[in-house]
Design a protein. Structure first.
Length: 254
């Protein structure tokens, strides 16, 4: 099933902080259908961000916001409920995949967050980096241990690019996850360095997106994220849109 195409706000964070309405209007003009928020609610407040999204005709796919566990849990939930986000997405830290015990301790925080979110009618999704796939404990991949320990209500946002960096095959992961994977971060580039990779428009790098996105799954949103670029951001987003929608891999608004 083809999923709708969206943008991760980190891609346009500087532009949006300078001109929120203009940035969202440009994304909508390209044909993007939604935005995963990041760093904007804290800057503008949830009501302002929601108004700008509505004016541009863009959906809130999800909010990239810290797990609502600990002293800030209620304020995190309050902000994102006002935004209208139904799913909050965040990650565990790299060092939390150094040992099985570290994974278990980290998962406790995620599961508490899932319980808090459920009390508001919201959900949590887990976003990976590369350590989840590069680390093994007695032959068991850290990601498999993570999935086993996570509350079954926790959804998955797969960052396929970082999974490749960790030595994994995104298509195989998506097939394993089935209906649990609802979001995927779509990015492209050399996939050789977490700190230094420069991204390129989708379809111009190493990732085989046709193979990954054609696996039957529960994906609802293909979220384009281009973290570091050497070309104009909107040009890269336009070329990414043209590749994904033009090849029938994602659904756009034009």
């Amino acid at each position: 099933m083809t999923a709708d195409i969206a943008v991760m706000a980190y891609t346009v964070l500087d532009q949006a902080r300078a001109d929120l309405d203009g940035t969202f209007a440009r994304l909508a003009e390209i044909g993007y259908r939604g935005v995963e928020t990041y760093g904007l609610v804290e800057h503008f407040g949830p009501a302002r961000v929601r108004d700008a999204l509505d004016a541009a005709g863009l959906a809130v796919t999800s909010a990239h916001a810290p797990f609502p566990a600990g002293p800030d849990a209620e304020s995190i939930l309050d902000q994102n409920q006002e935004l209208g986000a139904e799913v909050l997405v965040w990650s565990m830290e790299r060092e939390e995949f150094d040992s099985p015990d570290a994974v278990r301790r980290g998962v406790q925080r995620v599961n508490v967050a899932a319980e808090h979110a459920a009390s508001r009618g919201m959900k949590i999704a887990y976003h990976n980096h590369f350590a989840e796939f590069s680390q093994f404990f007695d032959g068991v991949q850290a990601y498999d241990l993570l999935l086993e320990l996570l509350d079954e209500r926790v959804l998955v946002e797969l960052d396929a690019y970082w999974a490749v960096l960790g030595g994994a095959d995104p298509a195989e992961i998506i097939a394993r996850l089935g209906d649990r994977v609802r979001f995927i971060h779509v990015k492209d580039g050399p996939a050789v360095s977490y700190e230094n990779d420069v991204m390129v428009p989708i379809g111009e790098g190493r990732i085989d997106w046709r193979r990954a996105l054609c696996v039957p799954s529960g994906l609802r949103w293909h979220i384009v994220e281009l973290e570091r670029l050497h070309i104009d951001t909107f040009e890269a987003l336009r070329r990414s849109y043209d590749h994904l929608v033009g090849n029938g891999l994602s659904l756009g608004a034009r």
